[in-house]
Design a protein around this ligand. Sequence first.
Ligand SMILES: *[C@@H]1O[C@H](CO)[C@@H](O)[C@H](O)[C@H]1NC(C)=O
Ligand SMILES: *[C@@H]1O[C@H](CO)[C@@H](O)[C@H](O)[C@H]1NC(C)=O
Ligand SMILES: *[C@@H]1O[C@H](CO)[C@@H](O)[C@H](O)[C@H]1NC(C)=O
Ligand SMILES: *[C@@H]1O[C@H](CO)[C@@H](O)[C@H](O)[C@H]1NC(C)=O
Ligand SMILES: *[C@@H]1O[C@H](CO)[C@@H](O)[C@H](O)[C@H]1NC(C)=O
Length: 435
Amino acid sequence: MCFVRRDFVFSVAILLLLFATTCLGSFLKTENKIKSAVFLSPKFELGPGSVINRYYYGIDFPKGHIALKSFNAEVVDEAGNSIPLHETYLHHWVVARYHQSKHVTHTENDTHRMLHNSNHVMVRNSGICQGNALGQYFGLGSETRGTETRVPDPFGIEVGNPEEVPEGFEEKWMVNVHAIDTRGTEDKMGCTECKCELYNVTVDKYGRTIRPDYVGGLLCCSDYAQCKLKEGFEGPKRSLYLRYTVKWVDWDDSVVPVKIYILDVTDSLKLSNNSKGINSDHNCKVEYRVDSCGMDHKEGNGCVDVMKTSLPLQTGGYVIYGVAHQHSGGIGSTLYGQDGRVICSSIPKYGNGNEAGNESGYIVGMSTCYPKPGSMKIMDGETLTLESNYNSTKEHTGVMGLFYILVAEQLPYQHLRHSTRSSFFMDSNNMLLDS
Ligand SMILES: *[C@@H]1O[C@H](CO)[C@@H](O)[C@H](O)[C@H]1NC(C)=O
Ligand SMILES: *[C@@H]1O[C@H](CO)[C@@H](O)[C@H](O)[C@H]1NC(C)=O
Ligand SMILES: *[C@@H]1O[C@H](CO)[C@@H](O)[C@H](O)[C@H]1NC(C)=O
Ligand SMILES: *[C@@H]1O[C@H](CO)[C@@H](O)[C@H](O)[C@H]1NC(C)=O
Ligand SMILES: *[C@@H]1O[C@H](CO)[C@@H](O)[C@H](O)[C@H]1NC(C)=O
């Protein structure tokens, strides 16, 4: 069944592509048309209380030298129905780009982080975490249905440029899906916050003992973990997918590239001086814990946990888009410039109903920033301060405080000036062909 669906979705995408290409082919000077395709991740199965945290390599993705304009996703069942967060909690999904050797014929999908060997090279975003942390191009969690991801014209995220792919390699995409089935669980919110006692976990997936003061977080809800069910609860397993919608335009000189930066409030940056200059050592721990404020603050306005970090951005530019990522309990996050100006403030929206996209108690959207291009500049080397606030009336484990920004190093006018030559030639070609 699912293969039929999958092929169907896929062929719709191909039809769209063919249609778009044919249309474009028949006009010489046409608008850079936005194309759109809907894909399904590989199928995953979840029973009550169970967890998946899978890495799927070589997923379906638009091909060619393109500029990505948006990426949206949600969890659906085999019939294509949207699954609400109180049944399957989407902890996060992350989409990453990599180059794979053409000699590799078969890639296992596994539960490990990005494959690390000479056949696979992850193409990280522009920063600023290091190592394995937060190198993705896209990624959201429970808020995915209600969060705008559109990159405004004439900007776009450039991918698939053949000149960037090393000889003998090809560009591919990976999606990591982390979902928790909370049907029939004793404590739904506890399961979504990965509380270790509910998962009866004392060692991580590599068999290492978990510190006793680690009460919740990713170590306790790894792939195949099981959250505590209500006494005697039984429910069917179901087959689910991450359904994702990608929008893009073909790459050309009129598209202005933006860089992706992801800042993490847990990043404890260490700067050191050496002969080659300043060396920055980012340590992005991705998640943290919000302790309960205790009885003394109960009715005051003191029950807000404020987490902050300051991080210099080596190369600045113009902020085109910004959005934060928080978990339940989050009450907003702000990115400040060195002079204290607000670069972007992103506030969670909580659902207050039952249906998918409006689930009560869950973050169903994050507000976004679209500063007028040119109006919000980050200077080269400017130190930014990221602040992430949580309601600490109750303890929250495994929370996140990320900030995702798109930065253009040039504005359209400056960009066009650089490419006048080629546009001039294109125009004269068109004139020749038209006459
Ligand atoms: C891994 O996922 C890809 C992409 O969706 C799928 O086509 C492939 O069959 C999977 N590979 C294995 C070994 O399961
Ligand atoms: C928790 O795990 C221990 C050992 O891993 C096991 O003996 C015990 O039965 C488990 N408890 C529950 C409630 O599953
Ligand atoms: C690095 O060294 C320079 C000059 O010696 C000094 O001004 C600067 O503060 C140092 N920076 C750090 C991060 O230690
Ligand atoms: C969410 O559900 C509540 C209760 O049914 C309803 O009042 C509200 O309008 C819904 N919100 C949205 C955005 O649909
Ligand atoms: C925190 O949550 C409690 C209920 O759990 C609520 O009464 C309080 O107003 C919230 N505080 C803030 C600052 O949102």
